[in-house]
Ligand binder design. Structure first.
Ligand SMILES: CC(C)(COP(=O)(O)OP(=O)(O)OC[C@H]1O[C@@H](n2cnc3c(N)ncnc32)[C@H](O)[C@@H]1OP(=O)(O)O)[C@@H](O)C(=O)NCCC(=O)NCCS
Length: 213
C-alpha cells in the first residue's frame, strides 16, 4: 500500500483480552508521571504497572476496556466494582508477590519524582492504602490512561461511559478515583465529565467521584 492510500486507523473500544496484558502495562508506564511518560523515572519500569494496572486486569478483566488502534492497544480504562473486595484480594494474592519481587528501592534515578520510589514501593505492598471509609458510597474505583496520540479525541469520555455502563449493569451505584494534584489536565477532564471532588486527607492526591447512572 502506498503512503498516500493508507488511511488512518479508527480507534475501537473493546473488552480487554489476556493477550493485552503487556500492552496495558506499557500504556500505564508511558502515562504514569502525572500523565506523562514515566519510563526511567523509577529504577524499575515494572513498578508503576504492577501497582496501578496489572492487579486490575488480573482481578477484574471483565471491567477492563482497551482502545485498539489497528491491533495495537493504546489506551484503557480499568475498574473494580467493589474496592473493599479488591483490597482483600490484593492483600492476599498480589501484595506478597509484589513485595517479594521488589524487596527494596533501587538506585535513585536523575528524575527524583515527588512520588518517590520508596513511597511507590510502600503503596504497592499495602492494599489498605485503598480503604477510604468516607467513600463507602462510591464502592467502585478506576484508572484511565491514553497514549498522547489518542488524547483529546473524545476517547476518555467514551471509556468512562463504557465503564460506568458496565458498573450500572452490575448495580454498582457510584465510583471514585484519585489523581496526582500535578495532573491538571486530568482534573479538568473529570470536572468536565461531571465528577465532583470528594474528601481526601492528602492535598497532593485529590479524589473525585460520580454516580454510574
Ligand atoms: C485524562 C485523559 C484520560 C482524558 O481523556 P481524553 O480522551 O484526552 O479526553 P476527551 O477528549 O474524552 O475529553 C472529554 C472532555 O474533557 C475535556 N478535557 C479533556 N482534557 C482536558 C484538559 N487537559 N483541559 C481541559 N479540558 C479537558 C475535553 O475538552 C472534553 O470536553 P467536551 O467533551 O465537552 O468537548 C487522557 O488525556 C489521558 O490519558 N491523559 C494521560 C494520562 C492521565 O492523565 N490519566 C489520568 C490519570 S488520573
Amino acid at each position: 500500500m502506498s503512503a498516500s492510500s493508507r488511511t488512518e486507523e479508527e480507534p475501537v473500544i473493546r473488552p480487554y483480552r489476556d493477550a493485552d496484558r503487556s500492552a496495558v502495562a506499557e500504556v500505564c508506564l508511558r502515562t504514569a508521571a502525572a500523565g506523562r511518560d514515566a519510563t526511567g523515572v523509577y529504577s524499575d519500569d515494572t513498578l508503576m504497572p504492577e501497582v496501578y494496572a496489572l492487579p486490575y486486569v488480573d482481578y477484574a478483566p471483565d471491567l477492563a476496556f482497551v482502545v485498539d488502534l489497528g491491533g495495537r492497544v493504546a489506551g484503557y480504562v480499568l475498574g473494580v466494582a467493589d474496592t473493599a473486595a479488591f483490597i482483600d484480594w490484593y492483600a492476599r494474592d498480589w501484595a506478597p508477590g509484589f513485595r517479594a519481587r521488589h524487596p527494596r528501592a533501587g538506585a535513585p534515578t536523575a528524575h527524583r519524582p515527588a512520588y518517590s520510589e520508596p513511597h511507590l514501593l510502600a503503596d504497592g505492598g499495602n492494599a489498605e492504602r485503598m480503604r477510604i471509609p468516607e467513600l463507602d458510597e462510591y464502592p467502585a474505583h478506576l484508572h484511565i490512561d491514553l497514549l498522547p496520540e489518542l488524547q483529546g479525541r473524545g476517547l476518555g469520555r467514551r471509556l468512562i461511559d463504557t465503564l460506568r455502563a458496565a458498573l450500572a449493569e452490575r448495580d454498582v451505584p457510584a465510583l471514585h478515583l484519585g489523581i496526582d494534584a500535578a495532573n491538571v489536565g486530568a482534573r479538568a477532564f473529570y470536572e468536565r465529565l461531571g465528577f465532583h471532588e470528594l474528601p481526601s486527607s492528602r492535598p497532593d492526591a485529590p479524589r473525585f467521584g460520580i454516580t454510574t447512572r
